[in-house]
Design a protein around this ligand. Structure first.
Ligand code: G3H
Ligand code: 13P
Ligand code: ZN
Length: 309
């Protein structure tokens, strides 16, 4: 069931667990994420970047996600989100296509410019009932980080600025930098837990952590306890997909010219990876599915259960 990202993450925030936001680039990855969510009864966010829109076509990839969500997981809350939108125009395009949430990533701008572009996107999106994620501080990619010792302070989210950013823009979810980085790269030895606590105390919206592919269970638990409600994962599923293909191609016995077998195996590996993350984030089992949603209609105003949305 396509569900508001704000609702999915607000439920997580109040429930003391987090939800995975998994990137997709194709049919197989999409199906893997949706099957994992359905089997584990886990809410999920499926996200698409600008590069994937260029690769697959924005409308095409959106239709794949929406059709599969409705077909394979009709009772599971699923959000469809633009990841790292860099301009007002790409956010607008995603809204026109049907995404129910967008990220405007102004994190490489100064605070004033980040507030201006984020607020413009919020005004446009809220008018149409679409949720918006903003980012303050900066979650680096490998190419952006200096070699050797990294000066993490220059990437970090400032808690006072976070309060101002959320208040002035009206965003629905906030991406923060507390020592996290994109890709399988060296992150800060210990995340800045004290900073996260200060941010949590200053803002009321759900907090999102990018670069979570290599976050093991211990760190995940520590930041969920301190208020993170969403983890972004892309590298881990890409690696699972590509490693599976390499393995199949290298294995002499398995060489086959059936693309469905090659990509089907890769899909299975992505699904296992997603399921592992859902267990780590404690989102599995968080959708209560009714046998017959109609039975509960009289309770719909009070209930958060998914059959009643
Ligand atoms: O943080 C976002 C992604 O991992 C980068 O994805 O290569 O589709 O832009 P992209
Ligand atoms: P990873 O590179 O750690 O998978 O992070 C993905 C991400 O943050 C997407 O926005
Ligand atoms: Zn990211």
């Amino acid at each position: 069931m396509i569900t508001s990202v704000k609702k999915i993450l607000t439920d997580a925030m109040h429930g003391g667990y987090a939800v995975g936001a998994f990137n997709t680039t194709n049919m197989e990855t999409t199906r893997a994420i949706i099957e994992a969510a359905n089997e584990l009864k886990s809410p999920v966010i499926i996200q698409i970047t600008e590069k994937t829109m260029e690769y697959a076509g924005g409308r095409q990839i959106f239709s794949i996600v929406k059709n599969m969500a409705e077909l394979y997981a009709p009772e599971i809350p699923i959000g469809i989100h633009l990841d790292h939108g860099k301009s007002f125009d790409v956010c607008k395009r995603c809204v026109e296509i049907g995404f129910n949430s967008v990220m405007i990533d102004g994190s490489r701008r100064n605070l004033a410019d980040n507030i201006t572009i984020t607020k413009n996107v919020v005004d446009y999106c809220h008018d149409k009932g679409i949720d918006v994620q903003g980012e303050l501080g900066s979650v680096p990619y490998i190419g952006e980080m200096e070699a050797g010792e990294v000066d993490w302070d220059k990437y970090m989210t400032d808690p006072d600025e976070a309060a101002e950013f959320v208040e002035k823009t009206g965003i629905d979810t906030l991406a923060v930098a507390i020592g996290n980085a994109h890709g399988f790269v060296k992150e800060r030895k210990v995340p800045d837990y004290a900073r996260l606590e200060k941010i949590r105390a200053r803002v009321t919206v759900p907090i999102v952590l990018h670069g979570a592919s290599d976050w093991e269970n211990g760190r995940v638990k520590e930041v969920v306890k301190r208020g993170v409600s969403c983890f972004n994962v892309d590298t881990a599923t890409r690696v699972a997909f590509i490693n599976s293909i390499i393995k199949t191609v290298r294995s002499k016995d398995e060489v086959s010219f059936d693309i469905r077998k090659l990509l089907g195996d890769a899909q299975d590996e992505v699904k296992k990876t997603v399921m592992g993350k859902m267990e780590d984030f404690c989102s599995s089992g968080k959708c209560v599915v009714h046998d017959n949603p109609k039975k509960h209609e009289s309770n719909s105003a009070k209930s958060d259960e998914i059959g009643e949305e």
